[in-house]
Design a protein around this ligand. Structure first.
Ligand code: NAX
Length: 329
């Protein structure tokens, strides 16, 4: 039997975690032969709720789930972990300024970065889900200098899945028939869902869809604002689809992507495509079974794309500046 891996999920009493913990613990992400030790972090005030989640996890009676550690202590949570799924964040409340949200989250992700630096395995793979996800990941990376920077990522796979599903629905196909959709930039409404290099049933998407106005207009808008549309309808933010996307992100990173296919992950820029080095920016990436990944090189960027990629970069640069300013407090 394989030795267990230790997986931290933060925000473990929240709604995304509630959809994530079952598939994660039954082997859908790290394989059906990979035992797991779960570490569940939430804030002190949520510990009784978290107890209920632990009870349910026990009652799922899963063969791969070797142990569950619920805690409100970040240092305990980060001890010897192989994987960190950072979902917990300060939610945006009505009337709250973007800056206030950022300030609160910088504090959380600075503390978690420091704790990862001290206690996690140096090979730890981190995916940040809590918003503003890219900038939270940036801060976390900054305060964990002993861990390779490329181990810090943020989730844009939900945006990719949304884009794939939009194209598939339009064509009467399933999302798996749509390959190599790219999400560039920030997980926010400035993101650029790019289908210029994507294929649908073997054909270029522009050729297959035959509606440039839709592809350059409503399609992009729909993907950019999908999160808000779900909140409006459900009165709660995306949880099931977010949990599915977290599984997709981690599984592809862990086991590698297939053949020529690539997926979108927000990762520290290495300067590719003229994106400022170090910024956590969503790129097309390919991963290998040894858990390494690289940014797909050599894609042609037209004027339309260039402009959109710059808009979302500018937003990330602004978030980074404010975040760094708040780090001092
Ligand atoms: P919930 O409010 O249901 O759960 C969040 C949980 O995090 C709560 O239990 C809260 O107590 C906990 N928490 C807060 N601060 C914490 C801290 N310092 N340490 C540990 N736990 C802490 O939110 P949920 O719907 O689960 O969403 C979680 C986050 O995901 C939000 O920031 C949300 O904006 C973000 N999302 C990101 C997505 C992405 O694609 N990157 C998509 C879905 C989602 O909107």
């Amino acid at each position: 039997e394989k030795s267990p891996i230790r997986v931290l999920v933060t925000g473990a009493a929240g709604q995304i975690a509630y959809s994530l913990l079952y598939p994660l613990s039954k082997g859908d992400v790290f394989g059906h032969d990979q035992p797991i030790e779960l570490v569940l972090l939430d804030i002190e005030a949520m510990l009784t709720v978290l107890d209920g989640v632990v009870m349910e996890m026990q009652d799922c009676a899963l063969p791969l789930l070797k142990s569950i550690i619920p805690t409100a202590d970040t240092d305990v949570a980060c001890k010897d972990i192989d994987v960190a799924i950072l979902v917990g964040a300060m939610p945006r409340r009505e009337g709250m300024e973007r800056k206030d949200l950022l300030r609160a989250n910088v504090k959380i992700f600075k503390a978690q970065g420091e704790s990862l630096d001290k206690h996690a395995k140096k090979s730890v793979k981190v995916v940040v889900v809590g918003n503003p996800a890219n900038t939270n990941a940036f801060i976390c990376k900054k305060y964990a200098p002993s861990i390779p920077p490329e181990n810090f990522t943020a989730l844009t796979r939900l945006d990719q899945n949304r884009a794939q599903a939009q194209i598939a629905t339009r064509m009467g196909l399933v999302p798996q028939d749509v390959k190599n959709v790219i999400i560039w930039g920030n997980h926010s409404n400035t993101q650029f869902p790019d289908v210029r290099h994507a294929k649908v049933a073997g054909k270029g998407v522009y050729e297959a869809v035959q509606d440039d106005a839709w592809l350059k207009g409503d399609f992009i808008k729909t993907v950019q604002t999908r999160g808000a549309a779900v909140i409006k309808a459900r009165k709660l933010s995306s949880a099931m689809s977010a949990a599915k996307a977290i599984g997709d992100h981690m599984r592809d990173w862990w086991f590698g992507t297939k053949g020529d296919e690539y997926v979108s992950m927000a990762v520290p820029s290495d300067g590719s495509y003229g994106i400022e080095k170090g910024i956590i920016y969503s790129f097309p990436v390919q991963a290998k079974p040894d858990h390494t990944y690289s940014i797909v090189q050599g894609l042609q960027i037209d004027e339309f794309s260039k402009e959109k990629m710059t808009t979302t970069l500018t937003e990330l640069q602004e978030e980074k500046c404010s975040a760094e300013e708040f780090c001092g407090y």
